[in-house]
Design a protein around this ligand. Sequence first.
Ligand code: ATP
Ligand code: MG
Length: 436
Amino acid sequence: MATFKAVRGTRDLLPPETALWSHVEETARRIFARYNFGEVRTPIFEDTSLFARGVGEETDIVSKELFRWQDRSRAASERDTSLTLRPENTAGVVRAYIEHQLGESGQLQKLFYMGPQFRRERPQKGRYRQFYQIGAEVIGPPHAGSESPLRDAEVLEMLATLLDELGIQGWRLEINSVGSAADRARYNETLRAALEPVVGQMCEDCQRRAVTNPLRVLDCKVPEDQPIIDTLPKIADSLDDESKFHFAAVLAALDAAGVAYTRNHRLVRGLDYYTRTTFEFTHGGLGAQNALLGGGRYDGLSEAIGGPRAPGIGFAMGEDRLVLTLQSLDPNSAPAQRVQAYIAPLGDARNPDALNRVNAGALALARELRRAGLSIELGDGSFRLKKSFEAADKAAARIVILGEDELQSGILTVKTFATGVQTKVPRSELIQFLEQ
Ligand code: ATP
Ligand code: MG
């Protein structure tokens, strides 16, 4: 019979590698708690139009990469709806912010999330169709301070701390400002004019973007187009005084905190709702997919999806890429896990009653030890001694032998693999012995 495989662009995460994923998630949770973020969990699918409006029809994500389907109604009271697996989580979080009127509290909302996202991309290393993001948003009404450049700088400083604590050395922070919606409209006109005489020599995508959304031309990766792009006007020159002042304040706070950054005039990001600060953290260990995370300010998003004015700033980290980076820095970063002891019941395979007695005794002992907090692997009484030793040597620091004699006498034989020493330990002292 034909066998099944994980669908193209999806993959199974298995031990021991999953320990590294847990480590990344636990570290992120610890840091988020330190900065007073609370967790939000939104559904994995939403109305398609949330993403069309919240991410932008013109983006690659919405125009090419959505997993969407027409969901049939089940009852006369329902209508068919177009649903989509979330390609990112910011639109969902802001939808939840609006739906639950979180702005009414007057407090800044600091929310983090972690979970799978879905985009129909060309799969390659570091680029999957189901991938995982860890992200956070700081959002609220303007009077809660949500527009303050201090919020931007604090989020960036938190990210620097998180990457440092994960042990990701050599990250780079690239930062830019795309200004207000009005600045961007002005810049788009400037760009359109500057592109007119040269766009004929550029790639097809750029020719289309020059008409629909000239800002996107800066995202182009085609090598031949790069010299032309380098000559285009910079967005920094189209910012109004308020946007310039905001950006300068973000950079000054980063300088004061000692967070290093590089200004990148071409960093405009793929999403339509970004305003002012945009940023990316990159790492050389990733090759072509070098972005670890991206983010920025999205002051107009809430209103774009029908909510109140709620400026915000956030980011999304690619967890797959964090794990790949940790593995590139230390190939042994997820060693196979070892338990503290392997309990080997020793029975006589020809005597079912005796076999059951040692197996039962072994389960009772394993229960006692595990409830005392020890990590235990449990063998099987039908194994020969040699097989038990081999299994224990792979899985555990020690082996505890439990045959009929040991059950009766209460004196167990324990071997410590690191030293090769074999010891007789009374059952009452076993927990203490194994904890050493
Ligand atoms: P890229 O330029 O690499 O396509 P992007 O601009 O599409 O990234 P964002 O939408 O900003 O990425 O997502 C934030 C982060 O999520 C990225 O920096 C990356 O680490 C991760 N990411 C995005 N798409 C994928 C994917 N298909 N597979 C794995 N990680 C991804
Ligand atoms: Mg992308």
